[in-house]
Every structure is written in structure tokens, then in C-alpha cells.
Design a protein around this ligand. Structure first.
Ligand SMILES: C=C(O[C@@H]1C=C(C(=O)O)C=C[C@H]1O)C(=O)O
Length: 167
């Protein structure tokens, strides 16, 4: 199985992480020994290893200089990129749902659509399972977002009602 430098194994046309994350706060299940997955610096007795050990914040203090383990820094860089992508995606989603809210308010439709929500939850649970993400976490995540959207829709409907009580 070909493997690139980032701990990703290429299966078919997809890159999948060698460590399977089961969900938000769920357990991390290594699909191969953790030391092999993590690579250098975590096993053995090299100076690189001991230098970065023993600091729970992931930083070691050498001569008053705080150093973060280079692999930890690299991983956090990726986490930061993904968090930024999540925020951008959420911002785009809320732009669209605001338009849905205005459309519903002007058409006299209710803020929430429980049938649509059920379909979304079922679909996202399936997608989560296929991606080795905890489906319970996926459901909580989407429900949290949808609840906020519905609250916005109720606010838009109320504001619209004040301007045009006929709807
Ligand atoms: C966006 C809508 O309004 C609400 C919000 C939803 C969402 O955020 O996905 C889904 C269903 C509705 O309860 C919609 O009806 O499509």
C-alpha cells in the first residue's frame, strides 16, 4: 500500500488517514501500531525524543526558549487550516440559510421543516459511518447548526410579520 509523508495511506483514488478517528470526543483507534503511525521521535531513546518529552502542552523549554515538537507544529498547522475551512464553509452555509429564511418568511412558510431535518440527519449519519466518523457526533453537530438556523428563521419571520402583517 503506497503511503505518503503525512501518514496518509492511498487506497484507490482516496487518501485515508492511517489513524482512524471515531468522532468528536470518541476514542482514537490506530489501524496500525501507534508508534509506526506516528513515526520518528516517539519511540527509542534519541535526544530528539527526550528533548520534547514531558511537557503536556506539547512544548519543551530549552535554555529558556520554548520549542514545539516539529511534528506537533506541523499537525497543528493542518488543524488550523481545517478549522479555517470549517469556518468558511459555515459562513457560506449561513448566507444561504438566511436567504431561505427570507424566502420562507415572505411565502408564509414555517421556520423549521422537521421532515427535511430527518432526511438530513439520516444522510449525514450514513456519510459519517462511511468516513469513520462517529454518527452520533455527526447528528449532534448538524442538529446544533440547524437549531441556530431555525432560530434565525424565526427572527426573520417575526421581523417580516411586523413589516407586513398580512403574511
Ligand atoms: C434551511 C432550511 O430551514 C431549516 C434549517 C435547515 C438546515 O439548516 O439545513 C433544515 C431544515 C429547516 O428546519 C430548509 O428548510 O431548507
Amino acid at each position: 500500500m503506497p503511503s505518503d509523508a503525512d501518514g496518509m495511506t492511498l487506497r484507490g483514488d482516496r487518501a485515508v488517514p492511517d489513524v482512524a478517528l471515531t468522532g468528536g470526543s470518541g476514542p482514537v483507534r490506530p489501524s496500525r501500531p501507534l508508534d509506526a503511525t506516528l513515526g520518528h521521535g516517539f519511540e527509542g531513546s534519541g535526544t530528539e525524543t527526550s528533548r520534547y518529552r514531558g511537557d503536556s502542552a506539547g512544548a519543551s523549554n530549552v535554555g529558556g526558549m520554548s520549542e514545539v515538537h516539529p511534528e506537533l507544529a506541523e499537525l497543528r498547522n493542518s488543524i488550523d487550516n481545517m478549522d479555517a475551512a470549517l469556518i468558511h464553509l459555515l459562513a457560506e452555509r449561513f448566507k444561504i440559510t438566511q436567504r431561505v429564511g427570507v424566502l420562507k418568511a415572505t411565502q408564509g412558510l414555517p421556520p423549521a421543516d422537521p421532515e427535511r431535518e430527518k432526511e438530513q440527519v439520516a444522510r449525514l449519519r450514513r456519510l459519517a459511518e462511511a468516513s469513520h466518523l462517529d454518527p452520533e457526533f455527526a447528528e449532534k453537530f448538524i442538529s446544533f447548526i440547524v437549531a441556530e438556523v431555525v432560530r434565525h428563521h424565526a427572527d426573520i419571520a417575526e421581523a417580516h410579520q411586523r413589516i407586513d402583517p398580512s403574511v
